[in-house]
Design a protein around this ligand. Structure first.
Ligand code: KE4
Length: 425
């Protein structure tokens, strides 16, 4: 079946024809691409067209698609069995590697998605503190658990829905939202509610309202406020973990959160999430403590095998230096082409992730700034690039990702496509 017919058929059986809204191309128009295979930096749709992939399954494929080492290990693991519902050696291996790579993590619990990780971390913070309120930031996305669908980013932002029906107001009212990068606003919110706030959860680099870096001192100020009010600081590193640095954003900014959440890269493309942190907090998690959390496939041996190999790959000396250089070369090249065409455009990058903004405003610090970017121009740019075989995230509110397999060939092809695309904007 060709792409269009496949989409028609998908829409018969799957809401919107997709199993995750942001894939539906609602943010850019047209039919979503049905991908049938991928290798290195390339993906191939059902019509056999090749694309340079800057989504990488929304982050996991940092070592490129169909990485030989990962596939070899997974094939071997599958031959031993798919799932046992028992402890396995692979889980211990991954837990040990993660706790060694992330110094703030004394202990870690594996789950099956980023949402499960953040949902569990919030429950743990509430159970540990005995408090009910949480603070999140406008435009940040922490998955689709009820407490987070309040002024969230990613697909919620792409679809322009402020939150979601089905979230009881009793739950939504416990989530306080504050503008990102506004320490004064956070301080006054904590002055008013701090003693009732179980946790502040933050994307240390916001990657779900395009890409926004924390201002100088912002994360330290947040850390200090949590210390002052006995609030748990949760770094949601589902996207930034093992993406911006080996030790994640917490290494980059030298901040120690109380809990961290992970996903994406640590599963190597298989469904994995994790939450972890201070031993005194994690020891409240069942069966050690009273805060219940569970999962049939948590720590699945095949997924843990993939994750373990991924952690070895990204731990190799120079992995992130090389990735950062590739990302810098790409974003610098795009900016130069846009400038040559007098298109208001700039980029931000950190490690293997980057954001692109169609705006004159060089100070993009929060959701408000993002809302004033030229989304229509992004949509045209997106399709001009897609038509030339370059695949960015189908939304002006998503970050983009580079893998270790992107090279000089993909760079020159991308910049060649951009030369045409920017000339047409
Ligand atoms: P998942 O439940 O989708 O595995 O993870 C939720 C999540 C939590 N925290 C952060 C910082 C995240 O970025 C995510 C998921 N990211 C989006 C991409 N912007 C997933 C893509 C999708 O929803 O299909």
């Amino acid at each position: 079946m060709n792409n269009h017919d496949l989409f028609l058929s998908a829409q018969k059986y799957i809401p919107g024809g997709v199993n995750s809204p942001v894939r539906a191309f609602k943010g850019v128009g047209g039919d979503p691409l049905f991908i049938k295979k991928a290798k290195g930096p390339y993906i191939y749709d059902v019509d056999d067209k090749e694309y340079i992939d800057y989504i990488g399954s929304w982050g996991p494929m940092i070592a490129g698609h169909s990485n030989k080492k990962v596939l070899k290990a997974v094939h071997k693991a599958v031959d031993q069995g798919m799932s046992f519902g028992t402890p396995t050696e692979q889980e211990v291996t991954v837990a040990e590697k993660m706790c060694k790579l992330i110094p703030s993590m004394d202990m870690v619990r594996m789950v099956n998605s980023g949402t499960e990780a953040t949902m569990s971390a919030i429950r743990l913070a509430r159970g540990f503190t005995g408090r009910d309120k949480i603070i999140k930031f406008e435009g940040c996305y922490h998955g689709h658990a009820d407490s987070f669908l309040v002024k969230a980013g990613s697909g919620v932002l792409t679809l322009g829905i402020p939150g979601s029906p089905g979230v009881p107001s009793a739950v939504a009212d416990l989530t306080l939202t504050v503008a990102y990068n506004d320490l004064d606003a956070l301080e006054s919110t904590m002055q008013a509610h701090g003693d009732d706030v179980a946790a502040i959860i933050v994307e240390p680099i916001a990657g779900n309202m395009n890409m926004i870096l924390p201002l100088e001192g912002y994360l330290q100020g947040m850390r200090d406020l949590c210390d002052k009010y006995g609030t748990i600081l949760i770094f949601d590193e589902v996207m930034t973990g093992f993406r911006v640095a080996l030790g994640g954003a917490q290494e980059l900014y030298n901040i120690t959160p109380d809990l961290s959440t992970f996903g994406k890269v640590i599963g190597g493309g298989l469904p994995v999430g994790a939450f972890g942190g201070r031993k005194d907090i994690m020891s409240h998690i069942a069966p050690l403590g009273p805060v219940y959390q569970a999962g049939t496939l948590s720590g699945n041996p095949v997924a843990m095998t993939a994750g373990s190999v991924m952690l070895d790959i990204v731990s190799k000396k120079g992995f992130y230096d090389d990735l950062a250089i590739k990302t810098q070369n790409l974003t610098k090249g795009l900016k130069e082409i846009a400038d040559k065409n007098s298109i208001p455009f700039h980029t931000v990058n950190e490690g293997g992730m980057f954001g692109m903004f169609f705006t004159e405003n060089l100070e993009i610090n929060n959701f408000e700034d993002i809302a004033h970017c030229d989304e229509e121009r992004f949509k045209v740019f997106f399709h001009k690039m897609l038509d030339q075989g370059v695949y960015f995230g189908p939304s002006a509110y998503e970050a983009a990702f580079v893998s270790s397999t992107h090279d000089e060939v993909t760079l020159s092809k991308t910049l060649k496509a951009a030369t045409f695309a920017f000339s047409e904007l």
